[in-house]
Design a protein around this ligand. Structure first.
Ligand code: ZN
Length: 200
């Protein structure tokens, strides 16, 4: 595409287009919007990004991102130490927190096992997970991993890994989504829902 703006604006567009969900067209629209709203938006955004660059760190305990370590969630004394929720990445932790789905603690793996992509156990935060469980306060580990082949392979691996520690290991139910209609579900989801049926 030919340049329609100077290099500074083109650079802004190019960087914005690297954001998830933004293609070249929407990046252009976003750049124009930012430049037009220089006082209300561009300035505060640049300040927020500067602060993020300087202060945001990864929590040494759970792998969440925050400006402190242990993070806000790990420091919260109202949360349940007996419940540890294992997630693939921070986005999943945030999704569960948005839903206020659990009052437990979290552990971010930083990925899932994926032999095809060359991701093995050493690439994930598994040793720290075992160490947290071995410390003795955790009673149940919930594997909140994606219902993908890699997610489920990882769930099996962690189940075996934690077996000697005598904690209860559970995973998310698979099945009919809330508000879902059976006619629209794929065969895999329907089969899982039948297998994991519960008494009413
Ligand atoms: Zn933390």
């Amino acid at each position: 595409m030919a340049s329609i703006a100077g290099p500074e604006i083109e650079r802004l567009i190019q960087l914005l287009s690297k954001l998830p969900g933004l293609g070249p067209r929407s990046a252009r629209r976003a750049a124009l919007h930012l430049v037009k709203k220089r006082e209300q938006l561009l300035g505060p955004l640049a300040d927020a990004m500067q602060i993020a660059r300087e202060r945001i760190i990864t929590c040494d305990t759970c792998g969440n991102i925050d400006t402190i370590s242990p993070c806000t969630l790990c420091s919260d004394t109202r949360r349940d130490d007996a419940l540890l929720v294992v997630v693939e990445d921070v986005a999943d932790l945030w999704a569960l927190e948005r839903a206020t789905a659990t009052n437990g603690r979290y552990h971010v793996l930083g990925g899932v096992l994926s032999p095809l992509d060359g991701i093995g156990p050493k690439d994930l935060a598994l040793d720290p997970l075992v160490a947290r469980v071995a410390a003795g306060r955790v009673k149940e580990v919930i594997l909140a991993l994606n219902a993908t082949v890699d997610g489920q392979t990882t769930a099996h691996y962690i189940t075996d890994l934690l077996a000697p520690h005598g904690v209860s290991v559970t995973r998310l139910a698979h099945g009919v989504p809330v508000g879902g209609e059976l006619d629209y579900l794929d065969e895999g989801t329907l089969t899982a829902a039948i297998r994991q049926r519960t008494a009413v």
